[in-house]
Design a protein around this ligand. Structure first.
Ligand code: ACO
Length: 360
């Protein structure tokens, strides 16, 4: 009997030209470029061009203009944001609005799907605060317009650059759970909207993209560095996991953590917040070493994501939506790569239940 691989760990389920995650070296490569070359030096629009190159025959020459137009198109769906949806979590409301977009396989569908998490999240966050939605400005860069739609006022260049750095940093990351979910759906030829909805659904779990919201709760409950050890030890004693630490692939520090920490420094964040977070991080790493000496549990991308998105005024319940704003580019590139060369993804299972009486 073949044994099942727990969590598919170590199973190679796709060949990709999109990105490589080297967990031993702590290195991320996207289409031949290291994260160091991309984060802080590339706009999200350029990242879309890099990821989509060769996968969309109808890729527009002017990606910023196409994305701006897509934001304006999807804004029409914001009219469907009723009180029922505003009672849901931001990611559930954003996903419901995204589900209103038609399925398709072309670049126009892909651009609407990239626009959707940004436009819908801004409208949901404002709606939950009792504020009217702000229409997109198609002439702005995606990151700057996202912050403007969220706040109703222009973002500073440093804030727009920080969000751009975040979107670029999280845009693609090998065969993570949400990208795998998107590829499985794409492999059935269901269409790009269906693939993105699968990605959002997988992303929202606390073991994947749902981690950064609870990180703010953790920091707020700890309050000051001297409380960190007692708080963390009590959490581990309860059997809780520390959000923002550990990773299936990285056994050293996640390189995205430092790319985002750099972006946090560009912002006029709350006085002393970064230093406080660094103190909590140091305590957590020390205690995780004592608690699980046989594991290498290191800081992952979500820890400094939480600080960055907090400094950009996103409310913690909406952090997963912001992750989706960046990762959607990767889902769409993987979906097209799957369509271009892949077969239906249909693994096997091993039956371990009872046999019918006659066969036993
Ligand atoms: N805190 C405490 N213990 C942990 C943590 C953590 N953050 N992460 C792993 N462990 C422990 C587990 O309890 C387990 O212990 P055991 O061997 O005694 O059972 C062991 O380390 C291995 O954990 P697994 O869940 O088997 O490792 P896996 O590779 O499946 O998990 C994961 C990776 C899900 C990210 C895990 O480290 C975790 O839950 N981290 C916290 C949530 C988080 O930060 N998620 C964001 C990840 S990054 C991203 O998806 C974008």
């Amino acid at each position: 009997m073949t044994a099942a691989s727990d969590g598919l760990e170590g199973v190679v389920a796709a060949a990709t030209v999109l990105s490589e995650v080297d967990g031993a070296a702590g290195r991320l490569i996207v289409r031949g470029r290291s994260l160091d070359e991309l984060a802080g030096r590339t706009t999200f629009e350029q990242m879309i061009g890099l990821l989509f190159d060769g996968f969309y025959a109808d890729l527009p020459a002017d990606i910023p203009a196409a994305l701006g137009q897509a934001r304006a198109e999807v804004f029409a769906e914001v009219a469907a944001l009723d009180t029922g949806l505003l009672d849901r979590t931001p990611v559930e409301a954003m996903r419901a609005l995204t589900a209103r977009l038609a399925d398709g396989d072309d670049a126009a569908t892909a651009f609407r799907l990239i626009a959707a998490p940004a436009v819908f999240t801004a409208a949901v966050v404002r709606g939950q605060a009792g504020l009217a939605p702000v229409a997109p400005d198609p002439a702005l860069r995606h990151a700057a317009d996202t912050l403007r739609m969220l706040r109703g006022a222009p973002a500073s260049p440093a804030e727009a650059d920080a969000l751009d750095t975040y979107l670029v940093t999280v845009a693609d990351h090998g065969l993570n759970a949400s990208t795998f979910a998107a590829r499985v759906v794409a492999s059935t030829r269901a269409g790009l909207t269906s693939a993105v909805l699968a990605g959002i659904s997988a992303l929202k779990g606390p073991l994947h993209g749902g981690a950064p919201g609870p990180i703010i709760e953790m920091l707020d409950e700890i309050g000051e560095p001297s409380n960190a050890r007692a708080w963390i030890e009590a959490a581990l004693a309860r059997g809780d996991r520390l959000m923002g630490f550990g990773h299936r692939i990285y056994k050293v520090r996640d390189p995205r953590a430092d790319a985002l920490k750099t972006a946090v420094r560009w912002l006029d964040a709350r006085q002393g917040r970064l230093e406080f977070a660094e103190a909590v991080e140091a305590a957590a790493l020390q205690i995780l070493r004592e608690h699980k000496p046989e594991r290498s549990l290191q800081t992952n991308v979500e820890f400094y994501t939480a600080l960055l998105l907090e400094a950009l005024d996103f409310p913690p319940p909406a952090f997963t939506c912001v992750f989706a704003m960046g990762r959607v580019a990767g889902w769409l590139a993987h979906a097209r790569e799957q369509l271009a060369g892949g077969r239906l993804i249909r693994p096997a299972s091993v039956y371990v239940g009872p046999l019918p009486r006659q066969a036993a």
